[in-house]
Design a protein around this ligand. Structure first.
Ligand SMILES: Cc1cc2nc3c(=O)[nH]c(=O)nc-3n(C[C@H](O)[C@H](O)[C@H](O)COP(=O)(O)O)c2cc1C
Length: 395
């Protein structure tokens, strides 16, 4: 994913510096070439040897280091970089960069870098809210630096508040968003539904299905990394939704229906990957439930058909794709759906095949449009999401 990309990590004198060893490892695992620049003070928190061992490059601290075996000068490095991330960024280094000071290897290289710069402030709550620090952060934003908002929680000294640097996984997502993909979906608005809906039987029980939301998450993530503006309407899902997407959380099919219709008009591409429960309880005797009556029956009624409604309201230029789960006659049934729902594409998965459908990390999908039928191999849901958008964009 990051093969051929060069990432510069700038580490400053904060206790959060230890997290960057893991970030460097994660970036290298994804194929990128990583250089670490440290301030002199950062070396009090983590030893440069750690980064040198991980990155196989000299960890650069001193602008005037004359060790020619590893000679890398700041301008050459700045030209090579696809992205720079300063994390953790101390109040001091934020202040220096915002005010044009370049008095060490890190700040000098950052000043020479034409690529995108991402800054993850990490500091004590009071330091972070100091108006001088806030002004400096604003200044960096105005100069096009991207700021990773610190999270709220327990800080290194035990205080509660914001100023805490987010975990490596999120820092990694910022880097991936910047350099992993061409922004071929920039300007597009994408609406994705994910997960399972839940229909309450009573305050405790509900009807649902096995959808994990993984396919919808993969679609939302791929679109956002390609520059789209993504809204994810999510029912019951495993795990956290991808970063950078706007999420709308719902429970029942009716809630999902309303949320989707609210957002649909703005969307250029809509993908319904959620597994909506087809039925919901219509009448139920709470008395019988309380008495543990074995003869209890629940009368069901159909939930609203979200895909059909989207197809009815489809505006010119909008692309609608629905996922369908089939156990037999996959192509025939999907073609019927394509027509009856006025969709542009059905992404069909065969529930009888191993590695396809609910809960798995892989999928086996057939893309069906009015004039095409494309069988994708078994692949990760992330790869399948990429192929789906490639196809929609006509690539
Ligand atoms: C234990 C300890 C933890 C520190 N944590 C932070 C921090 O999280 N953020 C910060 O801005 N400064 C922190 N400091 C203060 C900085 O290290 C100090 O301002 C230093 O001059 C920053 O140098 P640098 O910006 O060149 O790396 C900490 C200092 C100590 C002793």
């Amino acid at each position: 994913m990051l093969t051929g990309k060069t990432v510069l990590l700038g580490v400053t004198g904060s206790i959060a510096a230890y997290k960057i060893a893991n970030l460097a490892r994660m970036l290298i695992k994804r194929g990128s070439d990583v250089y670490v620049l440290m301030t002199q003070n950062a070396a009090n928190f983590i030893n440069p040897i750690t980064f040198e061992t991980l990155t196989k490059h000299k960890c650069l601290i001193d602008t005037f280091d004359r060790n020619f075996e590893y000679s890398v000068e700041h301008v050459a490095l700045a030209k090579k970089a696809d992205v720079v991330m300063i994390a953790p960024a101390s109040a001091n280094v934020i202040g220096k960069i915002a005010n044009g000071i370049a008095d060490d290897m890190l700040t000098t290289t950052v000043m020479a870098c034409p690529c995108k710069k991402i800054v993850a402030p990490a500091m004590n709550h009071n330091m972070f809210h100091n108006p001088i620090v806030q002004d400096n952060i604003e200044k960096l934003k105005n100069y096009g630096y991207e700021i990773v908002e610190p999270s709220n929680g327990m800080l290194a000294n035990g205080d509660m508040g914001d100023g805490r640097m987010p975990d490596e996984e999120l820092l990694m997502e910022y880097i991936i968003k910047e350099i992993a993909y061409d922004k071929d979906m920039s300007g597009k608005k994408v609406l994705v539904t994910a997960g399972a809906t839940m229909e309450a039987i009573d305050p405790v029980r509900y009807i649902t299905n096995h959808s994990s939301g993984k396919m919808g998450f993969a679609l939302a993530r791929n679109a956002v990394l390609r520059g789209a503006d993504v809204t994810l309407v999510m029912g019951k899902c495993d795990g956290e939704p991808p970063a950078f997407v706007k999420t709308v959380k719902v429970k029942s099919a009716a809630e999902m229906y309303n949320a989707v219709l609210c957002e649909a008009d703005n969307a250029d591409i809509i993908i319904k990957a959620a597994a909506v429960a087809d039925y919901r309880p219509k009448t139920i005797s709470l008395e019988k439930i309380k008495k543990n009556d074995n003869n209890m029956s629940i009368e069901l009624e159909r939930t609203d058909d979200i895909l059909k409604k989207l197809g009815e309201n489809k505006r010119k230029g909008q692309f609608i794709c629905g996922f369908s789960m089939e156990t037999e006659n996959l192509v025939e049934n999907s073609r019927k759906k394509l027509v009856s729902k006025n969709a542009d594409m059905i992404a069909a998965n065969n529930l009888k095949k191993d590695g396809a459908g609910f809960g798995t990390d892989t999928n086996i999908i057939t893309l069906i449009t009015s004039d095409k039928e494309i069988q994708l191999e078994k692949m990760t849901k992330d790869c399948a999401a990429e192929k789906i958008f490639d196809f929609i964009l006509g690539r």
